[in-house]
Every structure is written in structure tokens, then in C-alpha cells.
Design a protein around this ligand. Sequence first.
Ligand code: NAG
Ligand code: NAG
Ligand code: NAG
Length: 504
Amino acid sequence: MAYFSSSSSNPVLFSTLSLVCFFFFFSENKSFVSATRSEEASNELQHNTHSRVSLSSLFPSSSCSSPPQGANRNGSLEVVHKHGPCSKLKQPSSSSSPSSFIIQHSEILKQDEARVRAIQYELSKTHQNHHQEQVETSTKGSDGTQLPAKSAIPLLGGNYYVTVGLGSPKRDLSLVFDTGSDLTWTQCKPCARSCYSQKEPIFDPSQSSSYSNISCSSSQCSQLVSATGIRSACSKATRACLYGVQYGDGSFSIGFFAKEKLTVSSTDVFDNFFFGCGQNNGGLFRGIAGLLGLGRSLVSIVEQTAQKYRKIFSYCLPSTLNTVGYLNFGGVSSNTNIKYIPFSSNFRNSSFYVLDLIGIAFGGANLPIAASVFSRGTVVDSGTVITRLPPAAYSPLSDAFQKFMSARYPKGDSDDLLGTCYDLSGYKSFSVPSISLLFKGGVNVELAGIGVVYIASQKQVCLGFAANKKDGDVAIIGNTQQKTLEIVYDVGGERIGFRPLGCN
Ligand SMILES: *[C@@H]1O[C@H](CO)[C@@H](O)[C@H](O)[C@H]1NC(C)=O
Ligand SMILES: *[C@@H]1O[C@H](CO)[C@@H](O)[C@H](O)[C@H]1NC(C)=O
Ligand SMILES: *[C@@H]1O[C@H](CO)[C@@H](O)[C@H](O)[C@H]1NC(C)=O
């Protein structure tokens, strides 16, 4: 199979993917931080409400505590943070030194910016209806294999992973779970071109009795383009369908589109699960075996398991790295207190989950933000860390936060992305203002106290929101703000639900 093995003479996939490689520039823009404070917002602070957050419990300890509360049902998986003590994937050497923890934060935030740019790029294309006009290029390999590339970029997954079983006998694989992309893939032997290092043994299709390649002529092969933005190609020798995915930060996976037995839990086994068996993989995934795609296109696990799970899943991300959360398929942990918000009707065909945010309440009172500020839609994304708001929404929020915090705590080092931060060394706990997101239809969702701030260190506690570069960029609700909420994706019902106190 010359396609992957002759690395220098047949660089088809690599050169093709370099055509869809985008570069993002992290220009710094602090202008929003110094915007004038709104009188209205400050008056409303008189009758604020707030909560207290305990600091001591938040920092990674050496041990993982408590199993999740929601994971005691069929179709439920534990959700673990890649960098925390519950992770079985991190390198032991990097966990104890405090400086490595700080380095990870800046790395996380840098990757986050790349992911945000990729989501915004994708949605700006959808918005302008330019999908058909995307420049298509194609490269021809020496064996006649063709992989036309479309200039689209799916996204690197976030920092949380789940473990599923693949093959017969089943092998456990830890995959980043990602509501912002669709194709599930894992690195596969023989790693014809390249595999990065992962903690678990690399999946070997030749050792599984249930593996099969997908043929180029199958409808599944032709559906790939909507999931990856890159049209599938065909191995000339065996007519096996090839896929390629490239993420916002340059990470990629290329290989065979294949069919396998997927084991979610002992009772929930799917015989014909379509996934990418990666022969050429690289980038920032490190340690993780691949990605679980929870987006809205046909190849996502949500669609593939629709018969059993009715296109419903929910997850809860824990408040600290020391505990695990859960990912439920087919139902929710509790039906009480879920507030549902319909998908935005302006993004019906998007593979992202988009809602209509219309305002933000701070300390119980609405901030002076016109609903039209959010007209480009608001994506709920499991993989973005910091919530991104239009400048006109971030500015009054940041002003109100600064006024609240400055009255109580000393300023810490500010952060390029996160603005003004506070130095809470010496404090065991601190007050955070209550923040609620207001959605079209009058539903409001209050964030947990821990979901208001991003804690880089005890000396640097910051508002966990950032401003978009441009008014026209889509807003994104990131996973810092999602903490401890059970978030229910009712994809068939075209709505997302939020339940407070979904996990610790
Ligand atoms: C889990 O699945 C098994 C087998 O299908 C079933 O008997 C059991 O009732 C299920 N448990 C729950 C909590 O749904
Ligand atoms: C899948 O296709 C590849 C490349 O054509 C081939 O090497 C491999 O043996 C095939 N696997 C199966 C199980 O057919
Ligand atoms: C969604 O897709 C359908 C069929 O492809 C199309 O007719 C419709 O206009 C699209 N809707 C939006 C909002 O883009």
C-alpha cells in the first residue's frame, strides 16, 4: 500500500493538508479593558448578589478524589481533565513543579485562542453563505490517489477526555470529547506515516476481528466532507476510503475511514461504528489516543448512535481538576431544574451548537447590553476554555467585575487575554458576583461561582471571559463557564438544557 509507506516519494496527504493549514496571529488588543464604565451597571451593583468560592479546594492536589455522581447508569462515561491528578495520561514528571503548572496555563490559553479563531472562521463562512465558493484544490499522487482539499478547518479538541472501548477484543482508548467537531478518530498501527506518543497502546486493526475498511463508493465515505471540510480520497490499491482532518492549531490526522465495534459501556455496544483509523497523526494531542466527535453532522457519534440514544447526551465538567465529571448518552442525570433553550434558527445547518444569547445579568441586574450585539449567534462548545463575548458585551461585564473585585481585593498581574486579575494569596475563600446568561425566550442560566473566574494561580484570579477582536465574531460559551452545570444536548429536539449542581 504505497499511499502511506513511501514517505518521501509520495507526500500527497501532507502537501494537501498544508494547503488547508491556516496561521493565526495572536495580536494583542487591550482596548476593551479600559472602556468607560457604565453608570447604569454600577448603580445596579447596589443590590448585588454574590457567592463565595473556596480557594483551597481548587488547586490540583496530588490525588484524585470522589467518583462522579451522574455516572452510575448505562451509557455513562467519566470525564477527566487531561492535566489534573485524575488523569492517567499526563507525564508524572511535570505534575509536581508549580512552574510547569503556570506554563500549562499559558499553553492552554494560547491553544484556546487558535480554537476560537477556527470556530469563528467556520461560522463566518456559514453566515456569509460562502460554502460553495470555497477554493478547492486537488493534488495528485504518483499512484493516482486524489485528495481534494477544501479550505475548512475543524478544531482541536479541548482538555477533557473520556475512555471508550474499540474493536474485538475491545481496547480502551482515551479520546478528547468535542462538541465542536464531528469525526471520531484514533491513531492506528502500523502508523504508516507517523503517530505521536500516546499513553495507551496504539490501536491495531489487524488484532481486531471486527475491523473493516469502508469502500470509496459508500455513502459514508461521501458524507465525510461535511464533517471534516476535506473531501475524502481513495486508496488506489484497495479502494479504501481515506479521510483527513486538520485542526485550528495545525494538529491533524489522516488515514482509513473504517468500521468497528464501539463499546461505550458493558450494556451499550455498537457493531458498526464509523471512525478514522489514523496512519499519519501529529500536533498537540500528546498522550490522548484521538478524538470523540459530538457535533451535529452525520458522521458524529450522536447521529451514529441515534437509534439507541435518541440523539441526546449530557455532560458535567467538575469544578476542580481533582474530581471527574461525566458524559451521559441517551439521557440526563436528573430531569429536575433543567432549563431548555432552542437552537438558534439562524444556524440550522451548522455542525456547531448555536443559541441566541441576548443579555447578561451581573449581581442580579441586567448589564446595559443591546440584544443586537449578539446577533451573530453564540456557540456552546465543550473545547473552548474561556467564554468569548462581543466587545460591546465584554466591556460592561469587565467594568462591573473590576468594580466588584477592586473594592475587596488587591490587583494581581493582568493577563493579555483575560484583562485585570486579582491577587488572592492569603485568602482561603473569596466572593464572586453572580453572573447569568439571558437567552431569547426569557430563559436565564446562572453560572456557578467557580464558572465566573479563571484561576491561573492564587496570585492571578481573573474574570473568565474575554472580548472578541471584532463585533461581527460569533460569541462562544466556553468550558470554564460550564463547570458544574449539567449541559443537555437534545439534538433531535433542537435544544440545549442547563441544570445547576450537575456535579461537584
Ligand atoms: C442497563 O442495561 C441493561 C441491559 O440492557 C438493563 O437491563 C438495565 O435495566 C439498564 N439499566 C438502566 C439503569 O437503565
Ligand atoms: C484496509 O486497507 C488497507 C489499505 O488498502 C489495507 O492495507 C488493509 O489490509 C485493509 N484492512 C482490511 C481489514 O481490509
Ligand atoms: C439549510 O439547508 C437547506 C438544505 O440544504 C437549505 O434549503 C436551507 O436554506 C439551509 N438553511 C440555512 C438557514 O442556511
